[in-house]
Design a protein around this ligand. Structure first.
Ligand SMILES: Nc1ncnc2c1ncn2[C@@H]1O[C@H](COP(=O)(O)OP(=O)(O)O)[C@@H](O)[C@H]1O
Ligand SMILES: [Mg+2]
Length: 336
């Protein structure tokens, strides 16, 4: 049986004016999984999170979080969720511990329960030694951890993390990823927004690419990468190597048209990766008397997929126009 959906949205929309906001957002997030909304600044990620967290009323569509409608049953939703990315929920002048205890009491725990919960969270997040210090003395990474701890005080079933690691150094980022993974393992459903491809790739089982207020594509990281295009063999020919012969040999292995790589003397061959591919291509070229400097297999990355969807091509990479026949590749390489 399929796991229960902890977040479900259909046709969710919010407009802030012509061309601003989000529309037609459909989401389905099973319990205990991590889903990522991946998109550039201004794509609409925070707007989606705010609607799901009952902070913003949708113009159209509906959403259910932890089984409750975000509009009609807002209070029930708020009791089951945690939200970070709003460091405002922390009081800078209070200690880390006092912040957590206060939040516990606000969520109707007794003082004793709140203190126990705070102690537990401070340990989990490695903040024990800083617990008695005012939050304003915390480093960026410590603040994020405390912010995350604060969102967990009430033991939420669904956690919304809005760009949890933006601005953090790599070590703090990795530490936070570990915490998020652990929470999901323990059954928390996590919706995480990010601008970082690596973050989505590392954490999420399912990624929704958000651009211009819409879901531009979605799938597992593997599915999105596969949709970005085939793997490529990048071949650097030795000076004076016979390009025409190389192209003819490589065309037999190619899963599509050969492309002239951005640098002269290189060829790019779309391939279906399989065991021993590189070795057998080297052998083929060797037998044909083509001297090769270097050959490497490049698998599509999430960045390729993202670039394809957002249309922001990185400079210097071949576009569709560069897909050419072996003959043309040779002529171009010779001209270069
Ligand atoms: N309260 C608001 N008033 C007007 N425009 C807004 C408001 N909130 C967001 N927007 C606009 O909606 C779009 C999506 O914003 P947002 O959801 O914050 O994107 P993201 O979180 O992906 O950076 C942007 O164009 C932003 O300027
Ligand atoms: Mg945002």
């Amino acid at each position: 049986m399929q796991a229960a959906l902890m977040i479900e949205a259909r046709g969710l929309a919010k407009s802030f004016g012509p061309g601003l906001g989000v529309s037609g957002i459909d989401l389905q997030v099973p319990a205990g999984t991590i889903v990522s909304l991946l998109g550039p600044n201004g794509a609409g990620k925070t707007t989606i999170v705010r609607m799901l967290a009952t902070l913003l009323r949708p113009d159209a569509g509906w959403a259910r979080v932890a089984g409750h409608d975000v509009v009609a049953q807002g209070r029930a939703v708020r009791r089951r969720i945690g939200l970070t990315g709003q460091l405002a929920s922390l009081d800078d002048c209070m200690t880390g511990r006092a912040n957590l205890v206060m939040l516990g009491q606000l969520s109707r725990m007794s003082r004793r329960q709140a203190r126990a919960r705070a102690a537990d969270l401070l340990t989990q997040f490695g903040l024990e030694s800083a617990a008695g210090r005012a939050v304003r003395t915390y480093s960026g990474g410590m603040r994020r951890r405390l912010d995350l701890a604060a969102s967990l005080v009430g033991g939420p079933a669904v956690l919304f993390l809005d760009e949890p690691t933006t601005g953090l150094d790599p070590d703090s980022r990795r530490a936070l990823w570990e915490v998020v993974r652990r929470l999901a393992r323990e059954g928390t459903t996590v919706l995480l927004t990010t601008q970082y491809l690596e973050e989505a790739d590392q954490l999420a089982g399912h990624i929704c690419v958000i651009t211009g207020g819409r879901v531009a594509a979605e799938g597992t990281p593997g599915q999105l990468k596969a949709a970005a295009g085939p793997a490529k063999l990048i071949i650097s020919l030795a000076p004076g190597a016979d390009l025409a012969r190389a192209a003819a040999v490589l065309a037999r292995r190619a899963a599509g048209p050969l492309a002239a790589a951005p640098r002269p003397g290189y060829l790019e061959v779309p391939v279906v990766p399989c065991a021993g591919l590189v070795t057998s291509v080297i052998r083929d070229l060797d037998e044909a008397g083509v001297a090769v400097n270097d050959i490497s297999l490049q698998l599509p990355t999430l960045e390729d997929a993202f670039r394809g969807l957002t249309g922001s091509a990185a400079a210097g990479l071949p576009s569709g126009d560069d897909a050419v026949s072996p003959e043309a590749a040779e002529a171009r390489a010779r001209a270069a």
